[in-house]
Structure formats: structure tokens, C-alpha cells
Write a protein that binds this ligand. Structure first.
Ligand SMILES: Cc1ncc(COP(=O)(O)O)c(C=O)c1O
Length: 402
């Protein structure tokens, strides 16, 4: 006797109702984890590895932040809540931005869907469809290009130029790369991996260009407190009107040593809030609730910790600058912000193979330049927010390997 369900499946497949091919999207099937993971994959779980591949310091999250989160758990802040973030975190964000940037932000412009990365994805989801492009300053953190491609878009990289005075952005080249399918300009300042910082004048030119040409701006300011001069890097918050099509993202990972918490927020035009709320709903239904109370403590009481973090990074930067000045094979442009040394190694032409080899033989994990877009094959990135002894050992191993 024929099994009825099997025969109807056979009929569907005979009729070709599934389209005959795989239901999996070509776009996704043609992508792979980026090159930093290729290196981390070898090193994770190995003994005696110095892991400098990811963008995080060796500091633990401060106790006062963990305590606030533990208290929230004890208070049973464990239910579904506001997808835009609990009222307390939105109030703290408003106070913090007023204190640090001197700008009054309306609560209706704030959303906290989860991590900074998730905020970026939501902004891109509002903008990109098949065939669109975004123009980005590169070298650039690989996730931005991947998120664009995932949506069927094309990331166009405008590479910063290395100059004696630091990394330089040619705005004309950037504007020339925009066309009718350009939906956004993506700026990450201070930048990963270069530490480049956009000036207020550059930000104003980009804002003006975006306004004139109906191009959105995504400003990734997750490193904006990790600067070696002043309190914070110039922010689009200081120059945008509330209804400019500008998505400003920030988060807790870097300045507060909270990478594992997956917490970030976005300031966007109020007229986008319903859409962002809907997208937050389908992506994550907001950031985990009890963690948001840790973030409140970070914003309200985190200034001393940020100072300690910046001093720690400054030490790391000095160690890197000295080591590269003493080397005849390594060059490094002094980063103005963030916590990375993006070093160029003379004679090295395949950064991924080099980083894998270094990992396997010297047990030092670096991020290969290839992950950050074209033109970076002779570079590797080192996260220098580490104890001096750790960095010095890593540099000894690197020098020996070279
Ligand atoms: C430029 C940039 N943007 C965003 C993020 C993501 O931050 P989060 O950990 O809060 O998602 C990172 C993390 O490395 C980053 O380097």
C-alpha cells in the first residue's frame, strides 16, 4: 500500500514546486567567516597562546558594573521588556550624551536592540536591498562588509592614505565613489584597525554631501572614548539635526571592557523609530534586560574606569611605537584613537598565511590585514590593550619569527 504523505511529497518534487534547486540563498552560501576567525580557529584552545586577534582589552568588566547586573537579576529583571531598551538605560544615555558631548537627545531617538553590531545591521536593513551599495572608509572591520553583502549589497571601500602625518581620507575620492545606488556612507571613527579619527570638518562635509544626495550616514562611534587627546572623538551627534538621515551607533564593549555582554545602542531620526522597533522585535526583542542595568552603572559611574582604560591603551601604544621604531622591518602609523596597531611588515605579502604560521609556530594570534579589505596584504593588526609583559612577550616572539 502507498504511504499517502510520501506520495504527495513525490508529486510535489515531480512537479518541481521547490524550483528544482536548493532553497539556500546563493549570497549566503558564497560567504564564509572572515580571515580573523581563520587564525583564531587555530589558536582557540591552544596552551600558552597570546591572543591579540580580537578587539578587546585584557581587563575584566569592572565590579560595579557586574554588581548592578547581579542586582537586576535578583530583582527579577528577567522578563520581556521594551525592545528599545528599558527606560532607565535610555535616561542614562541621555544624561551621558549631555555630559560628554553637550547635546540634548530626545528619548524618542534612542534604541538599544542588543550589540553595537546588531544596531549596525538594523541600520543596514533599513537601507540596503539587492544591487545597492554603501561607501565605506577602509581599512575597515570585516563585519561591515559582510553585513552589507548578506543583504545583497556591495561594500565600496575608499582606502585611507598612509601619510607621515597619519592616515588621510580623500573626501573627493569618497564622494566620487557614490552613485545612484549608494544608500549610505559608513564612517567608523576612531577607526578599527587604523585608529584614524575624522575631524569635525570632514564630518560636516560628509553630512552636507549626504543631505544633498539623499545618502544616509552610518556613524560607528564605538571607540569614541578611546582617544589619546581630549575626552571623546568628534561625533556626528554634535552636528546632525534630529531628522537627518544619520544612524549613530555606540556600545559598551570597548571602553567598559564589556565585549561579552553584547550591548550597544543607536541614535537615529525619530521618524525611523517604528521601523527600528519592528526590526528590533524580529531580531532580538531588545537587549537582554538585566544586562541593561549593568550598562546604566557603566554610563553613570564609568568615568574613572575609562581613564584607567585609556592609560592602559596609551602604555600599549607606546610599547608598540617603540618596538616598531627599533625594527627595520615593521612600520606603524601612530593611532590617534582605538586600541590597535595596524603594522606593515616589509617583505610579507600574504597576511593570512603569515598570521596562521605565526599562530602555529610562535603562538601569537594576530589579525591578518586581508580581513580589512583590499590593499592590506602586508599588514597585521595587534590589539595593544594588554599588560606590558604580555605585549613584550608577543613582540619578542614576532621579532624572532621575522
Ligand atoms: C568598528 C567596530 N564596530 C562595531 C563593533 C562591534 O561592537 P559590539 O561588540 O558592541 O557589537 C566592533 C567590534 O570589534 C568594531 O570594531
Amino acid at each position: 500500500m502507498t504511504d499517502k504523505s510520501t506520495s504527495s511529497l513525490d508529486a510535489i518534487s515531480a512537479a518541481g514546486l521547490s524550483g528544482g534547486g536548493s532553497p539556500l540563498r546563493d549570497t549566503i552560501m558564497s560567504m564564509k567567516p572572515h580571515d580573523i576567525y581563520e587564525v583564531a580557529r587555530i589558536g582557540l584552545g591552544m596552551d600558552d597562546v597570546i591572543p591579540l586577534w580580537f578587539g578587546e582589552s585584557d581587563f575584566n568588566t569592572p565590579e560595579f558594573i557586574k554588581d548592578a547586573c547581579k542586582q537586576a537579576l535578583d530583582d527579577n529583571k528577567t522578563f520581556y521588556s521594551y525592545a528599545r531598551g528599558v527606560p532607565e538605560i535610555r535616561a542614562s544615555i541621555i544624561k551621558y550624551i549631555k555630559r560628554i558631548q553637550g547635546v540634548e537627545i530626545n528619548d524618542a531617538r534612542i534604541t538599544m536592540p542588543g550589540s553595537t553590531m546588531l544596531s549596525i545591521v538594523l541600520a543596514l536593513e533599513c537601507l540596503i536591498t539587492d544591487g545597492d551599495n554603501i561607501v565605506c572608509v577602509s581599512p575597515i572591520w570585516p563585519n561591515i562588509s559582510q553585513a552589507t553583502k548578506m543583504l545583497g549589497g556591495e561594500p565600496r571601500h575608499i582606502r585611507l592614505e598612509p601619510r607621515d602625518s597619519g592616515w588621510y581620507l580623500d573626501l573627493d575620492r569618497m564622494f566620487d565613489a557614490c552613485d545612484a545606488r549608494t544608500k549610505a556612507i559608513f564612517i567608523n571613527s576612531p577607526g578599527n584597525p587604523t585608529g584614524w579619527i575624522a575631524t569635525k570638518e570632514e564630518q560636516l562635509s560628509i553630512l552636507e554631501f549626504g543631505r544633498k544626495n539623499n545618502i544616509a550616514i552610518i556613524s560607528d562611534e564605538v571607540y569614541n572614548r578611546l582617544v589619546y587627546d581630549g575626552v571623546a572623538a568628534p561625533s556626528f551627534l554634535n552636528i546632525t539635526e534630529p531628522d537627518d538621515l544619520v544612524f549613530i551607533v555606540n556600545g559598551f564593549s570597548k571602553a567598559y571592557a564589556m565585549t561579552g555582554w553584547r550591548l550597544g545602542y543607536m541614535i537615529a531620526p525619530e521618524f525611523m523609530m517604528n521601523q527600528l522597533l519592528m526590526l528590533a522585535g524580529v531580531n532580538n526583542t531588545g537587549a537582554p534586560v538585566f544586562t541593561q542595568y549593568g550598562a546604566v552603572a557603566a554610563l553613570d559611574h564609568g568615568e574613572d574606569f575609562i581613564k584607567t582604560m585609556v592609560d592602559h591603551c596609551r602604555n600599549g601604544r607606546d610599547i608598540m611605537m617603540k618596538a616598531t621604531a627599533d625594527s627595520n622591518r615593521i612600520k606603524m602609523i601612530k593611532p590617534a584613537g582605538a586600541f590597535y596597531a595596524f603594522i606593515e611588515i616589509d617583505g610579507m605579502t600574504n597576511s593570512l598565511e603569515f598570521a596562521k604560521h605565526l599562530m602555529a609556530t610562535a603562538k601569537v594570534g594576530l589579525a591578518p590585514g586581508s580581513a580589512f579589505g583590499e590593499g592590506n596584504e602586508s599588514f597585521v593588526r595587534i590589539c595593544f590593550a594588554q599588560e606590558p609583559a604580555t605585549l613584550e612577550t608577543a613582540l619578542e616572539r614576532l621579532t624572532a619569527a621575522l
